[in-house]
Design a protein around this ligand. Structure first.
Ligand code: GLY
Length: 376
């Protein structure tokens, strides 16, 4: 018998730019003409039914006018479309239209679109380049940056997916003007999360400028976009694959993701994260990590943004406790939470360990102690 070694050590450079600005379609066209995706001339534009007419269609038309081959692959808007089934339908449509390995995927939309399209790009033909054109505050704040892609399953959100870094991210703030107020507010939860985990000054900025942000005042939108990108990419650059530090980006998400599923997606992602942040600060206070002033300040800021800070009456809290175990941070069957030890700071429990095991009894106690909200 002989042994052979397949030596596949490699140096990978997945670096990419994030461009933040207003009306970035021209910039995108210029980038591809200058080789952003090499010689690729074929673009699968993945988008949802809401974004299609508003932003995907103009990009599609501009691509065709510029001599590229492009097609739109559209799925019904909403988190309920972020499934393996919808991904398979889109893949079949692409195959039927002759798409093979010689294409790039352009995701135009919010977090559901960038998560689904990125996952699709990562597996289509064993992987084709992907570009994100983010049209929501939520995608701008979180989903479009960092390379996490996934679909939801009936059990829970984001359990199946892969890391697939985009070739470039365009954060087009002009698109936010067509977002329903509820979506703007939902996007702010990830923004507040970033401030809570990394930047007290940004937290104070959000507190002082919430009205400007909610009325989409230009300077405020640029400021929050830049701060979100900076906080997120600084974490991702240090721990792309979430072996330690990146877990801090899960602040508020243990309860957040669980309540999003238990609400059957009646709660938008950001709304669920907001409720999760309240549970997290209550837990951090209980464990003596966070002062009651800081806990109150976090809840006040979420409230000021118009986000829910209580558990809707229709939520079955026991089901919520059970759902906590579907969290990706669970290890050896134990719940683990990322916790703040101040505003702008998360607790490092051991070197490189940012999530602590929490007894179910304590998690249940916090969830049962949370107020009941009238929120949808
Ligand atoms: N949304 C959390 C992360 O990107 O790690």
């Amino acid at each position: 018998m002989k042994n052979f070694r397949v030596d596949l050590r490699k140096v990978v450079d997945d670096s990419y730019d994030i461009e933040v600005g207003y009306e970035l379609m021209e910039s995108f066209l210029k980038d591809i003409s200058e080789g952003l995706v090499g010689k690729i001339h074929k673009f699968a534009i993945v988008t949802d039914s809401k974004v299609k007419d508003l932003y995907a269609e103009p990009i599609y038309e501009a691509l065709v006018k510029a001599g590229y081959q492009a097609d739109m692959f559209v799925f019904p808007e909403g988190e309920k479309s972020k499934t393996r089934e919808v991904k398979a339908e889109l893949e079949d449509q692409m195959l039927e239209k002759g798409y093979r390995r010689d294409c790039a995927v352009l995701a135009v939309g919010g977090g559901v679109v960038t998560d689904l399209a990125g996952f699709l790009a990562g597996t289509f033909g064993r992987g084709v380049p992907c570009i994100n054109y983010a049209t929501t505050l939520l995608a701008a704040a979180d989903a479009s940056v960092g390379g996490k892609t996934a679909v939801d399953t009936p059990l829970a959100t984001n359990l199946i997916g892969l890391f697939k870094q985009p070739k470039k991210v365009y954060i087009d703030i002009a698109t936010w003007s067509t977002l329903p107020k509820r979506e703007i507010i939902s996007g702010l939860a990830e923004t507040i999360k970033h401030a809570c985990l990394a930047d007290r000054e940004f937290f104070d900025y959000l507190d002082a400028h919430m009205e400007d942000i909610l009325s989409l005042e230009r300077e405020a939108c640029e400021h929050i976009s830049e701060a979100n990108c900076r906080i997120k990419y600084e974490v991702v650059m240090k721990d792309e694959l979430e072996s330690g530090l990146r877990e801090v980006l899960n602040l508020g998400h243990t309860v957040g993701r669980a309540i999003e599923t238990v609400s059957d997606y009646q709660l938008l992602h950001g709304e669920a994260v907001s409720i999760g942040m309240v549970a997290e600060v209550m837990l951090a206070e209980k464990l003596g990590l966070l002062s009651s002033e800081d806990k109150e300040a976090v809840i006040r800021l979420l409230d000021k943004a118009g986000l829910p800070t209580a558990i809707p009456a229709y939520i079955d809290r026991e089901a919520l406790v059970r759902k906590l175990y579907t969290d990706k941070k669970v290890r050896d069957g134990r719940l683990r939470f990322v916790l703040q030890d101040g505003i702008g700071s998360v607790k490092e429990f051991e070197p490189g360990v940012f999530a602590a095991p929490i007894e179910e009894k304590l998690a249940r106690k916090i969830i049962m102690a949370m107020p009941v909200g009238e929120y949808k």
